[in-house]
Design a protein around this ligand. Structure first.
Ligand SMILES: [Zn+2]
Length: 114
């Protein structure tokens, strides 16, 4: 499962941060995920629970922040919101878009165990 390896690298990064800052544990993790990141949220949540077992983020709560898909429209000359990667522009209905947002998958914030 693709989500499993994503979670593994998230945990690696959490452990590195914790070690660096002497954190005792991590309570909660906020992940920012775009609609074009290719990640299935439910699979990610499941993987997170499995992968964090016996790590610094053991039993940490996972909060997923879903971002919007965005694209630059060459015809409108502005950024528009799209739902699918190959959608036409919702404003002018032309297909002259370049995706400019929605591929993110990153740790937005963490909460430290006191
Ligand atoms: Zn347009």
């Amino acid at each position: 499962m693709h989500e499993m390896s994503i979670c593994m690298s998230i945990v690696e990064s959490l452990e590195a941060t914790a070690k660096e800052n002497n954190y005792q544990g991590i309570d909660k993790v906020w992940l920012e995920i775009g609609p074009f990141s290719g990640v299935e949220i439910r699979a990610l949540e499941f993987s997170f629970e499995v992968v964090t077992r016996d790590t610094i983020a053991h039993k940490a709560e996972l909060e997923i922040i879903q971002t919007q898909g965005q694209a630059w429209c060459f015809n409108c000359n502005k950024i528009v919101v799209i739902e699918q990667r190959y959608d036409a522009c919702p404003v002018c209905d032309l297909n002259q878009l370049t995706v400019s947002g929605g591929e993110e998958l990153k740790i937005k914030q963490i909460s430290i165990k006191e």
